[in-house]
Design a protein around this ligand. Structure first.
Ligand code: ZN
Ligand code: ZN
Length: 162
């Protein structure tokens, strides 16, 4: 899939949710990010400098249905009061799931694998001062505490931006 096709799919899914009356944010980065490192993560949604950024795992690129469901899942996190998987998020997930025929879940079992794939909530974000790459972290770690001690794969210094 090209980046244009990925962006178009993101926008298409956003419009589908808006069409159901679900208040998806207007401030969503139109570029869908693909993560090639986080293999057990389906996707995530984080908020930086005034906008939501949506990221999906590269392992979804050859699984179109799961990719669409993941986009819907992450887009629902951009609705007011939906940053976690609380009651409001669950209500929208049920509504969208029924209307679009999607299974919008938090974890997705994979045949032959013990651990399911999961959606994660990014709590911390490190940014490379040189190449601008953003690295999401689910929990507190040494790198989140002291980002200046670590380097991006490009060699640039890291800074915590969330
Ligand atoms: Zn989620
Ligand atoms: Zn870098």
């Amino acid at each position: 899939m090209t980046q244009e096709q990925l962006n178009a799919l993101l926008e298409e899914t956003r419009q589908a949710l808006l069409g159901l009356g679900i208040p998806v944010s207007k401030k969503i980065d139109p570029v869908l990010r693909v993560n090639t490192r986080a293999k057990r993560r389906l996707g995530c949604c984080y908020y930086v400098s005034g906008g939501h950024v949506i990221e999906v795992s590269a392992s979804l690129l050859d699984r179109p249905q799961l990719l669409r469901e993941t986009l819907a899942h992450e887009l629902l996190h951009t609705c007011p009061g939906c940053r976690n998987h609380g009651e409001r998020w669950k209500t929208y997930a049920r509504q969208a799931g029924t209307a679009l025929g999607y299974a919008i879940q938090r974890t997705v079992p994979v045949e032959g694998e013990a651990e399911p794939l999961r959606h994660e909530e990014i709590k911390y974000i490190l940014e490379c001062q040189s190449c601008g790459a953003r690295i999401g972290r689910m929990r507190m770690s040494k790198a989140v505490k002291s980002p200046w001690r670590y380097r991006c794969s490009c060699g640039g210094k890291l800074r915590r931006i969330q």
